[in-house]
Design a protein. Structure first.
Length: 137
């Protein structure tokens, strides 16, 4: 593993740090896309076509608001991870998990997009968990 000195007395693994930056950028992207999906669900219910007899039949406008709020939280947390806030990593794992659940429930409305966001959220969780905290020498 390659290491470099970021500040006096602190060392960080560059490979794992790359995963952290990747996770933060993808969180921002995923949050913005979730936010836009929520806006479109709120603004125009006829944009989405739902399958019949799906187990989780929910109000599309209500899910739009959930996606809007979740998208904002994910994007802001991603920006905080990118800025180096340690608390944002734990919050990011939790929000990515919630986003996975919300996108699973969103499957009848946008199946391919929901599956893509579930995979992206799994990568975000991986990136946030794999990157170690900076170590003291």
């Amino acid at each position: 593993m390659t290491t470099h000195t970021r500040a006096p007395g602190r060392r960080e693994d560059t490979h794992s740090g790359g995963w952290l930056v990747f996770a933060a950028v993808i969180m921002i992207f995923s949050g913005v896309m979730t936010l836009l999906g929520g806006i479109s669900a709120i603004a125009k219910d006829d944009v989405f076509v739902a399958t019949r007899n799906y187990v989780y039949q929910l109000n599309l406008t209500g899910w739009g608001w959930i996606h809007l709020i979740l998208g904002i939280l994910v994007a802001v947390t991603g920006a905080c991870v990118l800025s180096g806030a340690t608390w944002a990593r734990a919050v990011g794992v939790g929000l990515a998990g919630l986003s996975m659940i919300a996108n699973f429930m969103w499957l009848p409305y946008t199946p391919w997009w929901a599956l893509l966001l579930i995979a992206i959220d799994a990568l975000v969780i991986w990136g946030l968990c794999v990157a170690p905290r900076p170590m003291r020498d």
